[in-house]
Write a protein of this length. Sequence first.
Length: 344
Amino acid sequence: MEVRPELDDAHRAVLADWLSARGDPRGELINLELALDQPGRSSGERAALLERLSALRGELEPRWVAELAHTLELTHAQLHAFMPGRWYAGLLLELALCPSAELATGDVALVLLEWILASEAAVAVEVIDAGEFPGQAILEQLATGPARPRIRRLVLGDHHAPVGPLRQLNGQLDGLRQLEVRGPGIELAGFEAPALEVLRLCCRGDWSSPLRSIQGLRCPAMTRLELRFDQESSAYAEFHDPVAQVEPWLVAGLLDPVALPRLCELVLASFVCDASLIQALVAASGFSRLRRLSLSDVDLAPNVVDAIRERSECFAGLERLDIGHGGRWIVREQLSMLGNLNTY
């Protein structure tokens, strides 16, 4: 779990007011720090503020750290490892703690994260990586909790359980810039993210439903789309259950210049690639807008290089073409067949 709050002075002031209103002396502590940051104070005023701050911190901080360590059943060393960074990060986590009775009956980390997302006090959280937990629980908490316009990066899903419809987040995360969702089961139909720039999807199994749900997704700011299919190489197919092939027309349909007008990077990873996908991509109306195409860690059919070479004029606008074959870059002899294309 990663929860990364970044507090500026305005949000520290909000937090101080919230603490003071409930009679918590940490409100005074934060206000003292804010006062010290203000310019124009005399040396005498600063000395008095520092003296009070030092006394208050020395009195209160050890007690709160001990109480929090006891509640979470952690040693002090584990507690500091669990809450890296400035003391304010730990403060926000503590503010969101639920009663110890609830902590004792469930997963401490998950309950803690859910309470952080439900807390009005956690005003400065900007990054949430909840990839260790079932996505549905975190999605519901984000959807029903306070709006979080400062969250800019979010990771949802643990690869094992469906995440649920992401349209539940509409209006909650207006500042979201990067989103990663891990399946199985990714439902993006109706999802609105006006500021989203990077979308990364990882889904095991049948991709037909996730790909269809992305069709028509309107993200005017998106520049990078990454799909990690997690398909096994055909060389190992006999050791695994068969995986449904990715339908080329569904992938190509994502290159929609109306829905994704700024898309310039397409990354396709961990899948079986043949010429039909290349043909579908170059036929898409938005392909000419791409500046980077990455086919990384793929099981590359022999006809793929031929298909790219035959349509080399379509790839001329790319600034970078990455091709990886079975976990290795394709050999130089194959690259040389692609002429002057920018291959890596």
